[in-house]
Design a protein around this ligand. Sequence first.
Ligand SMILES: Nc1ncnc2c1ncn2[C@@H]1O[C@H](COP(=O)(O)OP(=O)(O)O)[C@@H](O)[C@H]1O
Ligand SMILES: [Mg+2]
Length: 227
Amino acid sequence: MSVKNKVDELKARKGLFVVLDGGEGVGKSTNSEFIQQYLTSQSIDFISTREPGGTPFAEKIRQLVLSESDESINALSELLLIFAARAQHLNQKISPALLAGQWVLCDRFTDATYAYQGSGRGIDTSLISECENLVQGQLRPDLTIILDAPLSVTRKRLDERESLDRMEKESLDFHERVASAYRERALASPETYALIDASQPLGNVQADIKKVLDDVIKKWREPSDRL
Ligand SMILES: Nc1ncnc2c1ncn2[C@@H]1O[C@H](COP(=O)(O)OP(=O)(O)O)[C@@H](O)[C@H]1O
Ligand SMILES: [Mg+2]
């Protein structure tokens, strides 16, 4: 059975789909602000969004997935909830924006599913890939920036958080597996991924991000040499 998605129409899109991903405390929210300022300074029309969530209904699913539960949550149930949220987010928000020519900047996307539900929870990559194809069709981000830092650094940054969610409370071993999965995925596809050392001072991280964005913006502005 094939499900008709807005994502099927996306071949004609003009805006770029940029994802910022990585483990907790690597600096996604902080650097999302920086990227938004930079895109604005470049007169690029964009929307900024996040996963899981991004629409009111998908944010309800986010609540379900991230809040504490008395009942232990089955990994497959968690996976399907995340892809249910993603289907909603893509069809209601991401695809329409891309079709309208806007860029989309998303805090986390399907790499997080491979990292958390795949490496973290132990779900087979092939099953995640099937869900990805079902929900996203051909759509993949044009650029994924993976922020990478040792847990010794990110755990200290998280110390300032008032409360930790269901994923943040997972074991160090879980988070090591998550961080390795992000690194491996970034290194496996250097043409669409940038792996950035997020343990550096913020100014250096942002200089690295700016370099990556400048490269992508330059290509995007050359009509004959689109990504
Ligand atoms: N390169 C950096 N150096 C030092 N502190 C940082 C850096 N990047 C982010 N932080 C701080 O670390 C904390 C977590 O950052 P945040 O952007 O919320 O991470 P994430 O959204 O990836 O969980 C925040 O207090 C932020 O100010
Ligand atoms: Mg954040």
